[in-house]
Design a binder for this molecule. Structure first.
Ligand code: SF4
Ligand code: SF4
Length: 86
């Protein structure tokens, strides 16, 4: 399990500030930030602490096993963003 960001994300970076393991990307000092539709959580690095959920003003972050049905595809989208980057 990990947490997953959906398309409600506004890229305001609030979650990045509280994540203890720095697993939310791209950040605004990374070249992919400008073109990214949203931010993503690395499912292999996320420790499931949940700290990012209450700070998100867009309610864009969900545990992967509690994603709304119409957001189910975002688990793979988050994972795919990190594929090959490690
Ligand atoms: S706090 Fe929410 S809206 Fe802001 S960057 Fe994180 S997921 Fe996106
Ligand atoms: S659940 Fe915790 S470790 Fe995972 S992305 Fe959110 S703040 Fe980071």
């Amino acid at each position: 399990m990990s947490y997953v960001i959906t398309d409600a994300c506004t890229k305001d970076l609030e979650c990045v500030k509280v994540c203890p393991v720095d697993c939310i990307h791209p950040k605004d000092d990374e070249p992919e930030f400008a073109g990214a539709a949203q931010l993503y959580i690395d499912p292999e690095a996320c420790i499931d602490c949940g700290a990012c959920v209450p700070v998100c003003p867009a309610a864009a972050i969900h545990p992967s096993d509690e994603l709304p049905d119409d957001k189910a595809s975002f688990a793979k989208l988050n994972a795919d963003w990190f594929a090959g980057r490690g």
